[in-house]
Design a protein around this ligand. Structure first.
Ligand SMILES: [Ca+2]
Ligand SMILES: [Ca+2]
Ligand SMILES: [Ca+2]
Ligand SMILES: [Ca+2]
Length: 317
């Protein structure tokens, strides 16, 4: 092999050997609480029995990666990655609106109906809806290949509205609903490269998932029936799950405010709200010369330019 080919092979191996990892940026999430109206029936943290789930600032920033033991099945001092059957449970992780309450959050930039957002989804709300576990099994923060997920979920109903100015609201009255499918996944299932910071017990959980990637809509609660916690996590891939919303359904190009209200029956919890990442969004604008809008200028763009060379559609003389 000549030196050029060797270089190309090494370059390709380097590229494909890279493990994708999301770099946390607080600007990807709601940055401001505009209002919080605490409804009734707000409960206390089940572990410390002191703090109420009424701190709206817990809905800012990224969703929870790891929570703690629940002091029932798992020691409260244990670090417990958030998985489909075990969701954020502490008062410094999630807030509830309570019965009759509401929460209004704001982004520091317009969240757009971007052309290339995966599955057309534009923002994601994370909560604490969890899958039930097959009868007689329990989640003990052990081997995720040994616990089986049911399609049934422990969930609530949060109604989402969005706004550009904080005054005029547009509602997803018929869903999707917050605190429903999909459960949050804090970490990527990666037994080849488990995160040693969790302790020597961790043989399965790698780096944090990417909360700006929506879950493939072909994955439904029903489709997860009978799968193990590990299989569910593998289906998620890099996605952190959550409930994803497409603002084009409401005829909007962008929004900056998200309101979450309860439906009077099942008040929801909120962990975080994320702006979906995609090629062409405000952080990844199309470069000049990118004719096919894939965020790179390459031979395809050159071929497009060449095939349309000297074409003219107006005032061509
Ligand atoms: Ca969209
Ligand atoms: Ca809930
Ligand atoms: Ca949170
Ligand atoms: Ca291109």
């Amino acid at each position: 092999m000549n030196r050029k080919i060797v270089f190309i092979v090494i370059f390709l191996l380097f590229c494909f050997g890279q493990v994708y990892a999301y770099q946390y940026d607080p600007n990807d999430f709601a940055t401001q609480v505009i209002s919080y109206i605490q409804g009734t029936g707000v409960e206390k943290d089940p572990v410390d029995g002191v703090r109420y789930f009424n701190d709206p600032c817990t809905a800012l920033g990224r969703p929870t990666i790891d929570t703690t033991g629940d002091d029932y099945d798992i020691d409260p001092d244990e670090i417990v990655p958030v998985v489909s059957v075990y969701q954020p449970l502490r008062a410094d992780e999630i807030v509830t609106v309570g019965t009759g309450g509401s929460l209004v959050l704001k982004f520091n930039h317009p969240v757009a109906n971007d052309l290339n957002n995966p599955y057309g989804m534009d923002f994601i709300v994370f909560s604490n809806a969890a899958h039930k576990i097959l009868c007689c099994e329990r989640w003990l923060n052990g081997n995720p290949n040994n616990t089986t997920v049911r399609s049934d979920m422990i969930k609530d109903i949060g109604i989402v509205s969005v706004s550009q100015d904080g005054q005029n609201w547009y509602s997803f009255a018929d869903g999707p609903f917050v605190d429903d499918f999909a459960a949050t996944l804090g970490r990527v299932y990666n037994p080849a490269n488990p995160d040693p910071n969790l302790g020597t017990w961790n043989l399965w959980w790698g780096g944090a998932t990417d909360p700006t990637i929506p879950l493939d809509p072909n994955i439904t609660a029903a489709s997860l029936e009978g799968k193990t916690v590990a299989q569910v996590a593998q289906l998620y891939g890099q996605s952190a799950g959550g409930t994803a919303f497409d603002i084009s359904e409401l005829g909007l190009d962008w929004i900056m405010y998200v309101k979450i209200e309860d439906n009077g029956i099942y008040p929801p919890e909120v962990d975080a709200v994320a702006d979906v990442s995609g090629c062409g969004d405000y952080k990844h604008p199309f470069p000049c010369g990118d004719l096919n809008y894939d965020c790179r200028v390459d031979m395809i763009d050159l071929a497009l330019l060449a095939s349309n060379w000297l074409k003219c559609s107006w005032n061509c003389e």
